[in-house]
Design a protein around this ligand. Sequence first.
Ligand SMILES: Cc1cc2nc3c(=O)[nH]c(=O)nc-3n(C[C@H](O)[C@H](O)[C@H](O)COP(=O)(O)OP(=O)(O)OC[C@H]3O[C@@H](n4cnc5c(N)ncnc54)[C@H](O)[C@@H]3O)c2cc1C
Length: 411
Amino acid sequence: MTDLPYFTDDHGRVREIVRHFADKEVRPIAREHDENSRFPWQTVKKMGELGFLGAPWPEVLGGAGMDYTSYLIIIEELAKVDASHAITVSAHTTLGTSPIMNFGTEEQKERFVPHLATGRVLGGFGLTEAGAGSDAGGTQTVAEEKSDHYVLNGAKLFITHAGVGEILLVTARTKSNGSKQSGGITSFIVTKDTVDLEETRALGIGHAEELVKTPGVRAGKKEDKLGWRSSDTRELILEDAIVPKENVLGEPGKGFVNFLKTLDSGRIGLGALSLGIAEGALNESVAYTSQRKQFGKPVASFQGVHFQLADMATEIEAARHLVYHAAWLLQNGKPYKREAAMAKLFASELAMRAAVTAVQLHGAYGYTTEYPVERMMRDAKVCEIGEGTSQIQRIVIARHLLGDIVPNLGS
Ligand SMILES: Cc1cc2nc3c(=O)[nH]c(=O)nc-3n(C[C@H](O)[C@H](O)[C@H](O)COP(=O)(O)OP(=O)(O)OC[C@H]3O[C@@H](n4cnc5c(N)ncnc54)[C@H](O)[C@@H]3O)c2cc1C
């Protein structure tokens, strides 16, 4: 792989460790977990021990003390082999932990982050609702203010880790006691048991006893998905959930704005994940077409195949530059909203194209579960939907070109 100026020797070492882990631990189980839509607790535990689930957080809070680029390398390398493992790391870290690191009080960081950063407990982020998808500001969940707590009612949809997770960050419209007036959208930290208590206890992870659970919070229906099948996606139900005021995350009324900032960095993570899928598809295509013979020659010897592989490799190189450039901007405290949207848009659409090409290059075998490219094709699709669809990324980019002519959708 070309060495970009963004990468140091330390990044190379991180890449080697993750690549080894993905090959030895993830590759052998990916297909079975996808087929049965089963969450991979055993490898998740190992990822916690290796520091993958707290990569960018300080060691005093249980993190691995790595930089943001290392964190993206972890996502990219996992996604080359299995996107479900990669999204587990990404959703847990960017969505489930970074809002506490970025907007939480010191007390909240000390109370929650060590559980999350060590990977003993999984986190998630609940913004989407039945009527609030791309229009995430359309939140209908309500938080009614009482003396020392809020009472939350509503349902979040398609929440990664709503089932397996124990610490979830949610948005709700706040209103004071008895008032019909909304005070804006506020975010809250809620806690619940994982749905897999027995399995996590057997593995010696989970903090069911230590974390005070929020009454009225529970996981709902599990989604039966096209891809990311071993990642956990469910409804999160808040039914008269009693959330103490010390669990308000960030300034009251600023929850939506803060979650949008979180999505900006999340988009770079999904860019890295998409880049990984595209690279995995290329690796599989090179290996298969080099050994598959037709007309007495390896399929890879035909010029029509060279063109397809060369196009994939070129677009992958372009996506790598976009993703790691956006990461460099973030890491160096520079504006990165436009670049994050571009990285996510380009890399996710590339992941889909590359995976479809990989299936084509595998012929009928590519259409079966014998080869991982059909899974890559199914996994790639959601990269164009989650954390802002491709259309929403284009709107973000167009706003940078055209300013207020493009309506501000809050995205
Ligand atoms: C596997 C998975 C995991 C997810 N995990 C999470 C999670 O952890 N937390 C969370 O909060 N959410 C999560 N989501 C939800 C995800 O963020 C939303 O699905 C996404 O934001 C799109 O919303 P929607 O599905 O309601 O689509 P809609 O907003 O209904 O969009 C439908 C179509 O209309 C298009 N569209 C909408 N508005 C416009 C416009 N103004 N201009 C042009 N086109 C437009 C969209 O691009 C799309 O093609 C997850 C979703 C999936 C599938």
